[in-house]
Write a new protein. Structure first.
Length: 294
């Protein structure tokens, strides 16, 4: 594993370096994924551009309409943030199960997204929350819906020079009024409790009116397709419904058998993953139903 490590002092310097070494470079922050890939020969990258000195990308800002999370915020920053714990517990639960304490103290939210793993815990939670990703490159800045970000394992729509600056998470129902409430949940199933890549994972957000009728929902699934994906058909089945046991069971079955395409690998069979998705969606929606009534 041989590479040259560059330490730019600004975003513009980092982008200029990426242009100079186009095709031969990668941005690096915590390095908890990339360094492992380099050591195993999964990636070959002679030029690494270190972003860890960009202090402006390490803030979590709370607004009336949601949150802005800097790309260099660590998983530990996220799991311990009181505002996020109150408003988006699904994200904190996802951050809490990323590796061990050492990884969570170093690994960043931007890196978790850029790695584009179909099983990335935080990426699945952000997909469930309807986040947007703010990026900067030679072409300027742009905001990308996380729905459009992932293409395939290890691949996103980001251009090589683009740096993830941060993530915006909107609060559901902020502009609709009328006593609407929302709740979120995240469930990860692995072969053991700690430091394990997910066999399957689920992130759910439900926005309901004062009578408990579903106004909108997002269900994100991990490790059951070539990229983090949405259970679109299950979401349609929940629209304008109350979260009864029968409605929840039907949506969970649709998510498992119509919305995903799991594969058999060394960790689990495709059928086992479907069962896990069905059970996890059921449990998450049941917990959310209880929370909305509480």
């Amino acid at each position: 594993m041989k590479f040259t490590l560059h330490r730019p002092a600004s975003m513009s310097q980092a982008i200029a370096l990426a242009a100079r070494y186009a095709g031969h470079c990668r941005y690096i922050a915590g390095g908890t994924d990339l360094v492992v890939q380099l050591r195993r020969g999964i990636r070959v990258c002679p030029e690494l551009i270190d972003l860890s000195g960009m202090t402006g990308l390490k803030q979590i800002e709370q607004h009336s309409t949601g949150y802005q999370i800097g790309a260099l915020c660590t998983h530990k920053d996220i799991e311990s943030h009181a505002g996020l714990q109150a408003d988006f517990p699904a994200l904190c639960k996802a951050a809490r199960v990323v590796g061990g304490h050492q990884v969570r103290n170093v690994g960043t939210i931007g890196g978790n997204i850029a790695n584009a793993s179909p099983a990335a815990d935080v990426a699945i939670a952000l997909l469930g929350l309807g986040a947007s990703v703010m990026v900067m490159g030679n072409g300027g800045t742009r905001s990308i819906s996380i729905d459009d970000l992932f293409l395939a394992p290890g691949k996103t729509i980001l251009r090589e020079d683009e740096i993830i600056q941060g993530i915006a998470i909107p609060k559901p129902g902020v502009f609709t009024g009328g006593g609407n409430r929302y709740a979120t949940d995240f469930i990860k199933i692995g072969r053991r409790k700690a430091m394990e890549i997910a066999v399957a994972s689920v992130a759910v957000l439900v926005n309901a009116d004062a009578d408990g009728k579903v106004l909108s929902t997002r269900i994100a699934l991990g490790a059951v397709g070539p990229k983090p994906l949405r259970a679109v058909k299950a979401q349609v089945a929940l629209r304008e419904q109350r979260l009864t046991a029968a409605v929840i069971a039907e949506a969970a079955k649709i998510a498992a058998y119509e919305d995903c395409s799991p594969r058999t690998d060394v960790r689990a069979s495709d059928q086992y993953r479907r069962k896990v998705i069905e059970g996890s969606v059921n449990r998450a929606l049941t917990d959310i139903s209880d929370a909305l009534r509480g």
